[in-house]
Design a protein around this ligand. Structure first.
Ligand code: UFG
Length: 328
C-alpha cells in the first residue's frame, strides 16, 4: 500500500472527481485538487488542498509541480457534454487534448511517472457486440469520444517509451451519490438521465423525455450500464495503488456488466421517489448507441475491483437523497 503518496487530482471538484478525492483522503493519500471551477464546485472539495487553475495554463501547472513532488496524477478535468462537443469541437480538442498534453509535459519535466486517466465508453462508438471488451474496435462517433481516444493513444505511445505508466479507465454511465449527502451530481445544464428524472419527480421539470422508443432493445428504449460513482471512485484508487506498486500501463472498462433501459430506470425512480413522473416519448437523440454494456472481467481480475453497489435501487436512492438535499 502507498498510503502517503502525493496525488494531484485535476477536475477534483467535479462529480466523479470529488467522489474519488473523498475516497483517496479516506485511504490516506495526500491530495491536491486542481480545478478551474468552470464546471466543478468548490464546495465539492471537502478536505483537500485546493488550487484554482486551468490545465491550459502552463505557468500555473509548472509552479504547482515545482512546489509539490507528486507521486501520481489522476486526470479528470475535461469537457464532457457530447452534444456540445459536436457544436464546438475545437473547444473540446483544446481543453481535453491540448490541456492533457500540457499536464503530461509537466509530468515528464518533474518526473511524475504515474498517471490515471478518465476515459469513456464513447471511445467504442456504436458497439458491434455487447458486453464490450477492451479489445473492441475503437471508433468514436462524436468529438468528445475522439478527444478521449486521442489522449489514450498519446498515453500508449508514451508508455511504450517507459517515460510514464498510465491507466485509462473507460467509464460507462456514472450515477448516484455518496450517502454522506455532502457531494453529488451537479451539471449545468444537466443532460444526464437520472438527475433529469429526479428533477421531474421534484416538480422542477414538466416531464422526462424518452429519446427514442424504437430501438432494437426489449422495450424499445436505450440500455445503459449504470455504475455507482463510489464504485467508480474505488476503481481509481485501485488503479493508483496498482501503478504505485509497479503495475504496467493498461486500459480498463468500468461498468457492472448489466444494463437497464430508459423505461426501467424511470420505473425504478417512480418506486424510489413515490412521486408522479410524467413521461413523453420524443425523437432519438443523435449519436446514442442502442446498448452500452461493459465487459468488466479485466478490471475485476487485474485490479481486483469488486463492486459494492451494483443495485439500481441503491443508485437511485442515493441520487434522490442528493437531489432533495443538494448543497450545490
Ligand atoms: N436519455 C433520455 N432522456 C433524457 C436524457 C437521456 O431518454 O432526457 C437517454 C439517452 O438517450 C441515453 C440514456 O438516457 O440512452 C442515458 O443518457 P445520458 O445522457 O445519461 O448518458 P449517455 O449514455 O448519453 O452518456 C454517458 C456519459 C458520456 C459518455 C457516454 C458514452 O455521460 O460522457 O455515456 O459512454 F460519452
Amino acid at each position: 500500500m502507498n498510503k502517503k503518496a502525493r496525488v494531484l487530482v485535476t477536475g477534483g471538484a467535479g462529480y466523479i472527481g470529488s467522489h474519488t478525492v473523498k475516497l483517496l483522503e479516506e485511504s490516506g493519500f495526500e491530495v491536491t485538487v486542481f480545478d478551474n471551477l468552470i464546471n466543478g464546485h468548490r464546495e465539492a472539495v471537502l478536505n483537500s488542498k485546493f488550487v484554482k487553475g486551468d490545465i491550459l495554463d502552463i505557468e500555473i501547472l509548472d509552479r504547482l509541480f515545482s512546489e509539490v513532488q507528486f507521486d501520481a496524477v489522476i486526470h479528470f478535468a475535461a469537457f464532457i457534454e457530447v452534444a456540445e462537443s459536436v457544436r464546438h469541437p475545437l473547444k473540446f480538442f483544446k481543453n481535453n487534448v491540448s490541456g492533457t498534453l500540457n499536464l503530461l509535459s509537466q509530468c515528464l519535466k518533474h518526473r511524475v511517472k504515474r498517471f490515471v486517466f478518465s476515459s469513456t465508453a464513447a471511445v467504442y462508438g456504436v458497439p458491434e457486440s455487447v458486453p464490450i471488451v477492451e479489445e473492441h474496435t475503437l471508433c468514436p462517433i462524436n468529438p468528445y469520444g475522439k478527444t478521449k481516444l486521442t489522449v489514450e493513444r498519446v498515453l500508449e505511445d508514451m508508455s511504450n517509451t517507459g517515460e510514464i505508466f498510465c491507466i485509462a479507465l473507460r467509464y460507462f454511465n456514472a450515477a448516484g451519490a455518496n450517502p454522506c449527502g455532502e457531494i453529488g451530481e451537479s451539471h449545468n445544464p444537466e443532460t444526464h438521465l437520472i438527475p433529469l428524472i429526479l428533477k421531474t419527480a421534484k416538480g422542477e421539470r414538466e416531464n422526462i423525455k424518452i429519446f427514442g422508443s424504437d430501438y432494437p432493445t426489449p422495450d424499445g428504449t436505450c440500455v445503459r450500464d449504470y455504475i455507482h460513482v463510489d464504485d467508480l471512485a474505488k476503481a481509481h484508487v485501485l488503479a493508483l495503488d496498482y501503478l504505485l506498486d509497479g503495475g504496467k500501463s493498461d486500459v480498463f472498462n468500468c461498468g457492472y456488466g448489466a444494463g437497464y433501459s430508459v423505461k426501467q430506470v424511470i420505473e425504478m425512480a417512480k418506486r424510489v421517489t413515490k412521486r408522479f413522473i410524467p413521461v413523453e416519448i420524443s425523437d432519438r437523440r443523435e449519436g446514442d448507441p442502442p446498448v452500452l454494456i461493459a465487459d468488466n472481467r479485466k478490471i475485476r481480475s487485474v485490479l481486483n475491483w469488486q463492486p459494492e453497489y451494483n443495485d439500481l435501487e441503491y443508485i437511485i436512492k442515493t441520487a434522490w437523497n442528493w437531489e432533495l438535499n443538494r448543497k450545490f
